[in-house]
Ligand binder design. Structure first.
Ligand SMILES: [Zn+2]
Length: 172
């Protein structure tokens, strides 16, 4: 009987919301990394350069409403650049239809192009990514993406600027 009471107490303690840890949904394979940004501007300069929603998302870590962005259901061939500084981030090869309401990629072109940061807001522990060149907030990464990485980079459309392949060939 004593054992049962003891187990019951343990069980109750575990269910206590105060004792429960925040759920940690960070992808195990991504290690934290932070680069010194090459592009830095005071807030008023970013405000002048960006739309109000772009500013809110990229400089204040906001989130655009799902199923509203320019690229969530967009599958043309080309590259995606940082909307703030123009750094190359993703290409259409890694973009996939996730149904989550935001543009989703299973890989970045170059891991050095992003900062990988722990985000403990919203009641859970997530992995945030920002542009390593200018620290613009891009979105979060989850472990429910397709192979080969198994990752889902869930990115705000307003953090990105798409340039189609045809225009890139013209540029070079
Ligand atoms: Zn950037």
């Amino acid at each position: 009987m004593k054992t049962i009471v003891f187990l019951f107490i343990l069980f109750t303690i575990n269910l206590n919301p105060q004792a429960m840890a925040q759920e940690d949904i960070r992808p195990k394979k991504l290690k934290e990394q932070h680069f010194t940004p090459k592009v830095t501007k005071p807030a008023d300069e970013w405000k002048a350069k960006l739309t109000p929603l772009q500013y809110e998302v990229t400089r204040n870590k906001g989130t655009e409403r799902p199923f509203t962005g320019q690229y969530f259901d967009f599958y043309e061939k080309g590259n995606y650049y940082c909307a703030n500084c123009g750094a190359l981030l993703f290409n259409s090869e890694s973009k996939f239809k996730s149904g989550c309401g935001w543009p989703s990629f299973n890989d970045v072109i170059n891991l050095q192009s992003i900062n990988i940061v722990t985000d403990k807001t919203s009641g859970m522990i997530r992995t945030e990514i920002t542009c390593s060149n200018c620290e613009a907030h891009l979105g979060h990464v989850f472990e429910d993406g397709p192979p080969p990485t198994g990752l889902r980079y869930c990115i705000n459309s307003v953090s990105l600027k798409f340039i189609p392949i045809s225009e890139q060939i013209g540029k070079h």
